[in-house]
Design a binder for this molecule. Structure first.
Ligand SMILES: [Zn+2]
Ligand SMILES: [Zn+2]
Length: 358
């Protein structure tokens, strides 16, 4: 097609889909039921929605990074040398650790990152359940790289490497990996990260390396005798991708309204998500939920859902490949329409859950 630009994400989409298909077939053969249809479609829809939003949001981070690097960058890095890339990957992952850690430990940032944790399943589709609202704060954490002088192209490429690496660790089909568990983020230690068991909370924040967790005391090994319950303590209970992105902002706002005094109202946004005016509640395993959100929608609904997600995936590929050709205003209109359609379809699916279709 004329003017269509193949971006790394456009290339990655078919690979992601193929690997999901392989994991689905393998899990069936292993008699594991880890792919409930609505959860999978919702994860994919959330991922697709984020790809309508994040390329626009990334403009902020690229512009700010570039400005800081050009004005305050200290060292010169030769992009033809391997050590430029190797050090950039390690440093980027260090800053990613702090982005991710604050994403769990500061309520306002948790409101963004919670989207990724809102699935009660754990499979390769969960990896694609990415937030659409992280773009406004994450870039700040990477500015030290700009001050160190790494060019913006290096920042973009290592960011992509860090993100794409994390895809494969979202699986239950790969067990522990020996000495790699000491170095890398692996499926085993990332399962812990997605657990809501008390021992799993606020653990294993690394993107590629678990070194940072080991250094800063946030590492936990998977416990073979304590089955992990995936998801969040306050369940999303919705198949709506837009609500999956906004629900915790609304929850904080509502909580703030009940509080008096500016200090409490500020703490509500910036303290840990478990913060209460009088105490910091530490969840225990007694509160673990056994029930997952389920809906046995009629066959025709399921096929409509599959068809919608396939169409949405094609639409986002066209959007990503063609967006250089259209103005930012047009992109914003497309984003608005996409969000509206996702919200409507998501609300319909969730209503199907309420109706308890047989
Ligand atoms: Zn997380
Ligand atoms: Zn994850």
């Amino acid at each position: 097609m004329d003017g269509f630009k193949v971006t790394p994400i456009v290339l990655a989409i078919p690979v992601f889909m193929l690997l999901i298909a392989i994991e689905f077939v393998a899990s069936r053969r292993m008699k594991k039921s880890i792919y409930p249809l609505q959860d999978t479609l919702t994860s994919l829809n959330i991922g697709i929605l984020s790809q309508f939003v994040n390329p626009l949001g990334a403009v902020i981070s690229v512009v700010m990074y570039d400005a800081v690097q050009k004005n305050y960058g200290t060292f010169e890095w030769d992009t033809r040398q391997w050590w430029t890339w190797a050090t950039a990957v390690v440093l980027y992952d260090f800053f990613y650790y702090w982005v991710h850690r604050t994403g769990h430990e500061v309520n306002l940032f948790w409101a963004s990152h919670v989207t990724h944790h809102s699935s009660e399943e754990f499979n390769l589709s969960t990896a694609l359940r990415q937030s659409s609202t992280g773009f406004y704060f994450k870039w700040v954490f990477y500015l030290p790289l700009a001050v160190l002088g790494y060019p913006v192209q290096v920042f973009i490429v290592v960011g992509l490497i860090d993100l794409l690496y994390q895809y494969w660790v979202h699986t239950q089909l790969i067990g522990r990996l020996g000495w790699l568990e000491y170095v890398l983020i692996t499926p085993s230690n990332h399962r812990v990260h997605h657990g809501q068991n008390a021992y799993c909370l606020d653990k294993n924040y690394g993107g590629i390396f678990c070194l940072w967790d080991r250094l800063f005391g946030t590492y936990a090994d998977e416990r073979p005798n304590e089955p992990i319950v995936y998801g969040i303590r306050t369940p999303l209970a919705s198949w709506n991708p837009v609500w999956a992105n906004l629900h915790h902002y609304v929850a904080i706002w509502k909580k703030m309204k009940t509080l008096t005094g500016w200090r409490n109202r500020l703490m509500c946004w910036f303290a840990r998500p478990s913060w209460q005016p009088d105490q910091d509640l530490q969840p225990s395993d007694r509160d673990l939920r056994a029930e997952k959100l389920r809906s046995a929608a009629p066959l025709v609904w399921r096929w409509i859902g599959v068809a919608f997600t396939v169409l949405a995936a094609l639409a986002v590929i066209l959007f990503l490949g063609g967006r250089a050709q259209v103005s930012v205003a047009t992109q914003l209109v497309i984003l608005g329409v996409a969000a509206g359609v996702f919200a409507a379809v998501g609300a319909l699916w969730t209503r199907a859950a309420w109706l308890r279709f047989e």
